[in-house]
Ligand binder design. Structure first.
Ligand code: 5GP
Ligand code: ZN
Length: 111
């Protein structure tokens, strides 16, 4: 049993509002949304952060990036969306399983 919160959501051990999943990635709603739409896209593989990436992850990361506009459109974000990846405590990362924030719709905070 993993002690990683997002691994446990990905396996279904903990509840999550999952909007998309396949063999490589899982996407679920953030529990404390910062905008009308706030999704978290994670790899199924436990990777701590961008700092944990190696060359072996190149195809996985490219795949995840390509899914983001598809996910955004499925959420009705026709005019665009924002993505954020926090890395390390200095970058504001709180959950140490790599995740891409996908935000959009009303309430999108300024940046
Ligand atoms: P970070 O600051 O690490 O980039 O973002 C972590 C995100 O995970 C935060 O936006 C936070 O609201 C979200 N989060 C924390 N715990 C949970 C949880 O148990 N379930 C879900 N769906 N999101 C969570
Ligand atoms: Zn994990």
């Amino acid at each position: 049993m993993s002690d990683c919160l997002f691994c446990r959501i990905a396996t279904g051990e903990l509840p999550g509002d999952i909007v998309y999943e396949d063999e490589k990635m899982v996407v679920f709603r953030d529990i404390a949304p910062k905008a009308q739409v706030h999704l978290l896209a994670i790899p199924r593989e436990h990777i701590e952060s961008l700092n944990g990436l190696t060359e072996e992850h190149d195809a996985l990361i490219a795949y995840m990036m390509r899914q983001l506009p598809v996910l955004a459109k499925a959420q009705g974000l026709e005019s665009g969306f924002r993505t954020i990846i926090n890395t390390g405590p200095g970058g504001g990362q709180v959950v140490f399983h790599l995740h891409i924030h996908l935000l959009g719709g009303t309430g999108l905070p300024g940046f």
